[in-house]
Design a protein around this ligand. Sequence first.
Ligand SMILES: C[S@@+](CC[C@H](N)C(=O)[O-])C[C@H]1O[C@@H](n2cnc3c(N)ncnc32)[C@H](O)[C@@H]1O
Length: 188
Amino acid sequence: MGCGPGRNALHLASLGFEVDAVDLSPAAIAWAEDRARAEGAGVRFRCGDVFALAGTELGGPYDLIYDSGCFHHLPPHRRISDLALLERHLAPLGHFALACFAAGGEAGCELDDADLYRQARLHGGLAYSAESLRGIFAGLTEVELRRMRHEPPESPLFGESFLWTGLFRRTLPGVPPGSGSLPPFPGD
Ligand SMILES: C[S@@+](CC[C@H](N)C(=O)[O-])C[C@H]1O[C@@H](n2cnc3c(N)ncnc32)[C@H](O)[C@@H]1O
């Protein structure tokens, strides 16, 4: 979701995932397609609003839905669209991974929802507390939610400690989140 120039989509494709990747920006998608061609990666890129494409052009159910930096740019009322997308497109026992601004860090706006609507601006992205993320994604089972580890500029990895990194898992139909015996996530 909100794949930008395809950093994560290409990484997942290199690991053998079949990837659908969506972004609003035609420039980002064109850049991502160039990179995919150069790498010989078979990612299906689509340009558009991921919520408009959900239920029509998007397929699935997906084993993994990854949102790196899109969620924190959504206005509060779009969180419902986000949950509807997961409900519709995430496979039972599938994973939802998230990277977003963390409250108390040096990035992201911490106004409450009412003030965001009063000011009619998102101020470059919203910062979330762990508690608010756990509330929003309460329908999923939390596998891990922690601050991202900082990576120095010379590192080949991306890592910024002002971001949350989260992994959630969908339960089987009829099983409440957080309960039941679930298969371990690879690497647990
Ligand atoms: C901070 S960038 C992250 C890019 C990429 N995921 C990464 O981690 O490098 C956020 C991206 O989300 C896209 N975006 C925001 N709202 C979107 C929406 N409703 N549908 C699709 N893309 C969206 C923006 O165009 C932007 O490219």
